[in-house]
Write a protein that binds this ligand. Structure first.
Ligand SMILES: NC(=O)c1ccc[n+]([C@@H]2O[C@H](COP(=O)([O-])OP(=O)(O)OC[C@H]3O[C@@H](n4cnc5c(N)ncnc54)[C@H](OP(=O)(O)O)[C@@H]3O)[C@@H](O)[C@H]2O)c1
Length: 255
């Protein structure tokens, strides 16, 4: 079954305080995104334990880092992630990047087997090209639930979005604020000023208006957490969305 990911989740890269996670969950962030390489799965787990929201309401996603993708390492490293999170299973486990020990024919069947054994509910991929997605789809026994990629007004990912809609997986937009770089864009500034909202809200509203896209901004202050939730609830007009769509500058943070 397809997971229904909320339009907005919490990116946790760099969050080291479990109370930030707990507060975010209580404010309404029910999709939490972490990774082995962030070295904060224990923080996220502690936040989940502290929050006054039941486990069933949450979607927890983590990612197997590139050096754990050899077939003999996938299961043990996923089990170690679960231990750090303090959970019996996660809803979503990603291949973080198809590099280093990633060997599609050997790595991906291990993800299938984690799903069959109930340690994960869904398989996700991150930072894949269309060719790599095609190859993975042929190898995996089960569906790809989500593809997580960098996506924001400076990098619209039109081809991967079209592909995601055809292949019927959710596109999870990471670094949706380009770590602040989108705040300087005149098109974003204008819409924000006209609306009387922040640039972050406009950027997130533009992303979440897209069918098949969900996003995971990272925020640590209460003010940012609340603004970003409001952004996911803000409806832009078609004209405003087109203005942002028309931004010609391209900038990508991650290779
Ligand atoms: N799969 C991958 O390879 C990959 C790669 C990168 C990131 N990710 C995921 O995507 C998540 C988000 O990406 P990111 O952390 O790179 O960047 P981001 O979400 O684009 O930006 C985060 C930065 O923006 C600030 N911010 C958040 N909300 C704001 C607001 N309303 N107004 C002003 N500033 C605001 C945050 O500050 P404060 O913290 O001070 O609030 C933080 O400095 C990560 O945490 C991670 O979960 C995945």
């Amino acid at each position: 079954m397809e997971p229904t990911l909320p339009k907005i989740g919490l990116g946790t890269m760099g969050i080291e305080d479990p109370d930030t996670i707990a507060r975010a969950i209580e404010l309404g962030y029910h999709h939490l995104d972490t990774a082995q390489i962030y070295e904060n799965e224990d923080v996220v787990g502690e936040g989940i334990a502290r929050a006054d929201v039941s486990r069933e309401e949450l979607t927890v996603a983590t990612k197997v880092w590139a050096d754990n993708l050899a077939p003999e390492d996938v299961r043990s490293s996923a089990e170690a992630s679960l231990d750090r999170l303090g959970l019996d299973f996660v809803e979503l486990l990603y291949v973080h990047r198809p590099i280093e020990a990633y060997d599609p024919g050997a790595t991906l069947p291990e993800f299938d087997s984690l799903r069959e054994d109930g340690l994960i509910e869904h398989v996700g991929l991150s930072n894949f090209s269309i060719d790599q997605l095609e190859e993975a789809r042929e190898i995996l026994a089960g569906p790809i639930a989500a593809h997580q990629v960098e996506m924001h007004p400076l990098y619209g990912q039109r081809e991967l979005l079209e592909y995601a809609r055809t292949a019927r997986h959710t596109l999870v937009a990471y670094s949706p604020l380009a770590q602040g770089a989108v705040f300087e864009l005149p098109e974003i500034r204008e819409v924000a000023e006209e609306r009387g909202v922040s640039e972050a809200e406009v950027s997130l509203a533009w992303l979440t208006a897209k069918d098949g896209v969900v996003t995971i901004p990272k925020a640590s202050s209460e003010e940012h957490l609340e603004a970003n939730l409001a952004g996911a609830g803000l409806e832009l007009t078609a004209e405003e969305r087109e203005r942002i769509e028309g931004i010609e500058e391209e900038r990508k943070l991650f290779e």
